[in-house]
Write a new protein. Structure first.
Length: 279
């Protein structure tokens, strides 16, 4: 018989399993769960609120940055628009300035040409007076015809020998004067605009010395209706050089002289001006 039989009751071996003493109370926490850490719910709430606050702060910062970026973009567009407007104004001012300069240049050129042409006309009047004085010297101090009034049409083509010969053989002394004393060179007697000068001969009809001659003998105030240009006012005289017998000049007007050998020569110039010269 086995001297050490296996115990049938596990509680019999104190080394394997100690049976609790039934006389001792079982500890309260021996078989109950461990209690939760103190204030854990409060910490979770705090962390959650902190996360929300941080999210709100981040969103606010994002919105602020968006607004600042938008403001910066709008400011850049405003500056771009302002720069474009300034460039447009600069170009407009430059264009206006250039137009003004061009207008001033054109006006200066017009005045220069007008002055040059009028100087040529005055010189032509001097040439005509010299020719009349030469005629008087060759004809005992007499003019071609001191009583005749009329117009000798100018010859524009110096090569028109037929017209020139007709003038040289004409019964009127003024025609012969024109052909023999004016057309003596290789050029015709022309206004700077290319038209031939005509000679319009009249006699001053003043009753006494110093009286103004009739309006038909004057050129100072002759114009068209007032709507035409200065050039048209000039051509209103039809390139007529007025030779007024028995007259002299009082500034730009012809007045009665005391000698039948005296004469005044008048011509309408470009611009609102006229010219009178006497022998």
């Amino acid at each position: 018989m086995d001297q050490n039989p296996m115990p049938t009751n596990p509680y019999q071996n104190g080394n394997s399993f100690n049976r609790p003493d039934p006389s001792q109370p079982i500890p309260a926490n021996q078989f109950s769960p461990s209690p939760a850490p103190k204030n854990s719910s409060s910490k979770i709430t705090t962390i959650f609120l902190l996360i929300i606050a941080l999210f709100g702060l981040g969103f606010g910062i994002y919105e602020m940055l968006q607004v600042q970026a938008k403001d910066k973009e709008l400011k850049a567009k405003d500056e771009e628009i302002q720069a474009k407007n300034e460039e447009i104004n600069r170009l407009n001012n430059q264009s206006s300035s250039e137009k003004d300069k061009q207008t001033d240049t054109d006006e200066a050129a017009r005045i220069f040409i007008q002055t040059k042409n009028n100087t040529t006309r005055k010189n032509d009047i001097g040439t005509l007076i010299a020719s009349l004085t030469n005629y008087e010297s060759s004809n005992r101090g007499n003019l071609p015809d001191a009583t005749w009034a009329g117009t000798v049409s100018g010859i524009a083509d110096i090569g028109d020998n037929t017209a020139i010969q007709q003038y040289r053989s004409h019964s009127n002394k003024w025609y012969r004067f024109y052909a023999n004393y004016i057309l003596t060179g290789s050029q015709a007697f022309l206004d700077p605009d290319g038209s031939a000068y005509n000679l319009r001969v009249t006699q001053c009809d003043g009753k006494k010395e110093g009286d103004y001659c009739s309006p038909d003998s004057q050129v100072q105030n002759l114009k068209f209706s007032g709507t035409e240009s200065e050039e048209q006012s000039h051509t209103a005289q039809n390139h007529n050089i007025h030779i007024v017998v028995n007259a002299t000049c009082n500034e730009k007007m012809a007045i009665q002289a005391n000698s039948s050998r005296s004469f005044a020569v008048l011509y309408k110039l470009e611009g609102d001006d006229s010219y009178c010269e006497t022998n």
